[in-house]
Design a protein around this ligand. Structure first.
Ligand code: DC
Length: 220
């Protein structure tokens, strides 16, 4: 397999910025698997599917057509031809995504799509189960963490336009999402065997990117 860099970790650990930066630095493609779970969740909400009902979600999981871009400068994602890059970032979707992504039928379908895109490699893939399930043979696996306070502060900054998104509210919602993502039965968030852990609490974005690029160069 040519270069695949698996970047896993909880929300707000800086995964997206670091993954895009690494892809740019090394001239690789980039895949945001979280965006795929969000797009599936957006479609379920639009379609009136009760997202807390796993059987209802499973029954519709095969329907939406998802297309993920892999350009780190403009990844983009469409559902049935509609660009959903922005609506998948709303709090409504964010607070429903853990329920939808815990449904095995959803995961099976998206993991297949992800493996198709990964193909022969040359890509940085970010998510929760990339090193454990999607691409366990990836030559470079990173588990990116940060303190809960640092993660909440970063998320609140992302959501600055949303008046309900104070640091306290964001921290509580994020703690709930991380608990659900780490304790679900299907592919929970966990550090993969052989993953290199980077705690980004005290690191700049540039330092995180540099550390991953160094790891990748050691492998090639
Ligand atoms: O990375 P993110 O916050 O955009 O991800 C949104 C949700 O998608 C996250 O709460 C859990 C789920 N997810 C997952 O279950 N598996 C992945 N590989 C990526 C994301």
């Amino acid at each position: 397999m040519s270069l695949v860099i698996a970047m896993d970790g909880p929300s707000g650990s800086g995964k997206s910025s670091a993954s895009k930066g690494v892809a740019r630095a090394l001239g690789l493609r980039y895949l945001d698997t979280g965006a795929m779970y969000r797009a599936m969740t957006w479609w379920m909400l639009q379609s009136g599917v009760p997202v807390e009902d796993p059987a209802a979600v499973a029954a519709r999981a095969a329907e939406p057509v998802l297309e993920s871009g892999t350009d780190p400068d403009a990844p983009g994602i469409t559902v049935d031809g509609t660009d959903v890059s922005e609506p998948i970032r709303t709090r409504e979707v964010t607070n429903a995504v853990s329920a939808v992504s815990s449904v095995p039928e959803v995961r099976e379908r998206l993991v297949l799509l992800q493996r198709e895109i990964i193909g022969a490699g040359g890509i940085v893939v970010e998510g929760r189960d990339i090193g454990t399930v999607v691409a366990p043979d990836a030559p470079v696996k990173v588990y990116l963490t940060a303190s809960e306070a640092a993660r909440a502060a970063r998320r609140a900054k992302d959501l600055a336009a949303d008046p309900g998104a104070s640091v306290a509210v964001t921290q509580a919602e994020q703690a709930r999402r991380d608990r659900l993502d780490s304790t679900r039965k299907a592919s929970p968030l966990t550090k993969a065997d052989g993953a290199y852990e980077i705690d980004s609490t005290e690191l700049s974005l540039g330092e995180v990117i540099e550390a991953v690029v160094r790891l990748a160069k050691e492998q090639t």
